[in-house]
Design a protein around this ligand. Structure first.
Ligand code: ADE
Length: 241
């Protein structure tokens, strides 16, 4: 496999449908990606298989203990010479972006640690994780969905995972702009017509229309993206119109 994902979670069953379905399922069957899901409760040392405890200093909730998570990671990486990124899924992390996905896709292996409900002992953050990632400014019940988001985004960047090799390079964000509107048959659906230019067969005109629609859509919905997008002088002229 070109990349291997090791997921540490207390709820491995959450990953089974995701890892065996559609593009991700197919990529695993083809051996393009590999994924291992480990229940870190297995690495707890006491007879009750404890993974969390009450916080020092009091206050509500439970905190994930360091021992099981450290032991699970050390077990995974026992015979690994180059240290892979160890990603802690948390709403306190750095924002996960398309740029971050592209960077992570250059590694051979990624370790993803998911918490559930509770917080992590700070030593997991400071002495085990190499990076803490958030998938957005909202709070999930656990890091599992976040880990699936990261695995999904990274996997589709691996050569061969998407059927169409140009698809990953052309979609929203990697270009820095939102995608243009797309249509398929029929040319007239209930009186709603496909833009004439798309039926014209004039590929230069079609490319120009698509570029402008991308610019227009980005301006209307996500003007913040235009600050970092690669724009030509013609793009800028269109936006000033
Ligand atoms: N765990 C809970 N909420 C999260 C978020 N927004 N991103 C990553 N991990 C999380």
């Amino acid at each position: 496999a070109q990349i291997r994902f090791d997921v540490l979670t207390l709820f491995p069953e959450m990953f089974s449908g995701f890892l065996s379905t559609s593009i991700i399922g197919r990529a695993r069957e083809k051996g393009l990606i590999a994924a291992e899901v480990i229940d870190f409760r297995q690495f707890s040392t006491d007879k009750h298989r404890t993974v969390d405890d009450t916080p020092y200093g009091g206050g509500g909730g439970m905190v994930l203990k360091p021992e099981p998570i450290f032991r699970a990671v050390e077990h995974l990486l026992a015979d690994e010479s180059e240290k892979p990124p160890i990603l802690l899924m948390s709403p306190q992390g750095k924002p996960f972006t398309q740029r971050k996905a592209e960077e992570l896709a250059r590694h051979r292996r990624l370790v993803l640690i998911c918490g559930h409900y509770e917080g992590f002992d700070e030593r997991i953050r400071q002495h085990l994780a190499t990076e803490e990632l958030s998938i957005g400014d909202y709070v999930l019940t656990g890091g599992e969905l976040a880990a699936m988001v990261v695995i999904d985004c990274v996997s589709r960047l691996i050569p061969g995972v998407l059927g169409n090799e140009s698809a990953a390079a052309e979609d929203s964000f990697s270009m820095g702009l939102l995608e243009y509107p797309q249509y398929t048959r029929p040319a007239d659906f209930r009186g709603w017509k496909v833009p004439e230019v798309l039926l014209s067969g004039n590929h230069r005109k079609i490319e120009e229309w698509r570029r402008r629609e991308s610019l227009r859509r980005t301006w209307e919905r996500r003007p913040d993206l235009l600050e970092h997008a690669e724009l030509t002088e013609e793009d800028r002229a269109y936006l000033r119109r």
